[in-house]
Write a protein that binds this ligand. Structure first.
Ligand SMILES: [Zn+2]
Length: 561
């Protein structure tokens, strides 16, 4: 008898590593029941947008959002819920902004101040001047001519007939194209189309010189033009300088109203405006916070599966789909898993990041504090800029002890549309697992898996240090036509059925990752490119800039015809 049980034990030991941890079909059903029949996703979204409002990093409203999300996650019974601070810089908020045209005729205009720009201390009246300068030398012709004037800093924009459909869902053909993306080399940020670092730094240097000039010339204010037409005010900060301030009150106008002022000037009529901005800086605390909470895994020192979204937003609207939607979806996914009393082998941890909008700062800080560090630029001027303006990402990568514990990070920041699939971020080996997991929700999602990488949001902070970070393929809806950083990014544009679907699909994937036999496969740890590789990269970037400039020249000559 003793011999037999001994033999069984040995057999079990031998068989154990071969057994696959399969998803429990009843758990899959419970996730759906909780997500579709007991959903709280829209309540979460509504509180964040309607009650709290815009969540600009380190504003009083962002602080309230950190506090509220923490309280909410605790109320759902999640473990280890807490806030993790990191240094950001001063906060800013505004209460009101008004602008009126006084001459050549009277009418009221609409504008929103740029973040971290000062208020006016009362109503100001000024003539408007167009500042036609793209190089430092060209500023000199305005020397002594701008005092108490309001300067227009962008070129007017020709309004074109709209070509894109207003709201979009991916077609089967588009999804097939994504699926067939051929991964020839490791996807990296360098593959994302962008100006060369040198080009971006040049623009940045001019911008700083112009700020200095406006300050010494004592202009009364600055006007910027929204980048999208149709009355949309697309407003962010200025110069991507974290926590630094623009020297004079600055307002973002819609394309149409900005063009009006420009046309008047061009016709020889000087517009006169009055404007009033009530804005405040908050220097009480330079720290901002990430919100963390988890379902702790079983066993000693469990591995971790993370999901997350950025809690901060710009200030023009209430950050409904960028990214209260992602916050509501990820909070809902972990709520679902807690509500069905899941006891996963791995810890399931939610991270709600601050300061994504100024350069993925919250997720980078979290990665730095827990997973891996890399050197920052030596030049203090460069360190002040958003990380995408740094001349090097910093080498080498130094792994911290938790680096080995993280299985995967799932990010939601592509609006409020339903999940149609996922990007492996160039981690081709993850494809088989994703295909199996998406199979459990085949009736809810196409489960398109692309090896094409996506950039510009928080999963990149993980990917950069060799950790599996993923972003979903979501239907764009009107994210890219009306909402992204505009003054209409509100609760209204999120569709409840899409939000519920996204939470259920996400919860299903996170569940699978949390019970799988092994950590998700990883890509090789990034290493510093060789001189030859850097040179090739530089040439590619310069080529992109040249072809863009050539295209711009072509556009000009077309216009001259
Ligand atoms: Zn954004």
């Amino acid at each position: 008898m003793k011999k037999l049980s001994c033999c069984i034990a040995v057999c079990c030991l031998l068989l154990a590593p071969l057994a696959r941890a399969k998803a429990d079909p009843e758990v899959i059903n419970s996730i759906r029941d909780q997500g579709f029949n007991h959903s709280q996703v829209m309540q979460t979204l509504q509180h964040l947008t309607d009650q709290i409002g815009p969540r600009l990093t380190n504003s009083p409203q962002m602080r309230e959002a950190s506090r509220w999300t923490l309280e909410r996650l605790q109320s759902w019974g999640l473990s280890n819920a807490h806030l993790e601070p990191f240094a950001f810089g001063r906060g800013w908020s505004f209460e009101k902004a008004s602008i009126d045209l006084l001459a050549p005729r009277k009418t009221s205009l609409q504008a929103i101040p740029l973040a971290w720009t000062p208020g006016t201390a009362g109503v100001l009246e000024s003539d408007v001047v167009y500042l036609d300068a793209v190089k430092e030398a060209e500023l000199q012709k305005y020397r002594g001519k701008l005092k108490n004037k309001v300067v227009m800093l962008n070129e007017p924009l020709d309004v074109e007939e709209p070509k894109r459909e207003l709201s979009k869902r991916y077609t089967a053909t588009e999804l097939a194209e994504m699926k067939n993306f051929n991964l020839k080399a490791r996807a990296s940020e360098a593959d994302a189309p962008q100006d060369s670092i040198a080009e971006r730094q040049k623009t940045q240097r001019f911008s700083l010189a112009r700020e200095e000039f406006l300050k010494t010339e004592q202009v009364s204010g600055a006007l910027f033009r929204s980048s999208w037409d149709g009355g949309l005010i697309r407003v962010m900060g200025q110069n991507h300088r974290v926590g630094k301030t623009f020297p004079v009150p600055a307002l973002m106008l819609s394309v149409e109203q900005y063009n009006l002022l420009a046309r008047l000037l061009e016709g020889g009529v000087t517009p006169r405006i009055s404007f009033n901005v009530v804005a405040r800086f908050h220097d009480e605390d330079v720290n901002t916070h990430n919100t963390l909470a988890e379902i702790t895994g079983t066993g000693a020192n469990p591995e971790v599966v993370m999901l997350g979204a950025h809690l901060d937003s710009w200030h023009g609207a209430t950050g409904g789909v960028d990214n209260a939607a992602g916050v509501a979806i990820t909070m809902e996914a972990i709520r679902i898993l807690k509500a069905i009393k899941l006891e996963p082998r791995r810890t399931i941890r939610l991270g709600l990041w601050s300061s994504e909008e100024q350069g993925l700062n919250g997720s980078s800080a979290y990665v730095e504090q827990h997973f891996a560090t890399r050197p920052k630029p030596n030049d203090p001027m460069e360190r002040d800029l958003s990380p995408w303006l740094w001349s090097s990402p910093g080498w080498p990568i130094t792994k911290l002890k938790d680096h080995d514990l993280l299985s995967a990070y799932f990010n939601v920041d592509n609006g409020s549309g339903r999940i149609r699939g996922i990007s492996t971020q160039g981690n081709a080996a993850a494809r088989t697992l994703f295909a199996e997991w998406f199979g459990q929700v085949a009736d809810l999602s196409d489960g398109t898996i692309t090896n094409n990488a996506s950039f510009s949001t928080d999963h990149v902070s993980f990917d950069r240090v060799g950790l599996p970070g993923f972003q979903f393929i979501q239907d764009p809806l009107d994210y890219g036509t009306r909402l992204h950083h505009t003054h209409v990014d509100s609760f209204d544009h999120a569709i409840a059925e899409d939000m519920k679907q996204a939470a259920v699909v996400l919860a299903t994937l996170v569940y699978n990752a949390a019970i799988a036999d092994a950590r998700l496969p990883r890509k090789p740890l990034p290493v510093e490119p060789t001189m030859a590789e850097k040179e090739l990269e530089k040439q590619k970037a310069e080529k992109r800039t040249r072809s863009r400039d050539r295209k711009a020249l072509g556009d000009l000559s077309d216009a001259a015809k």
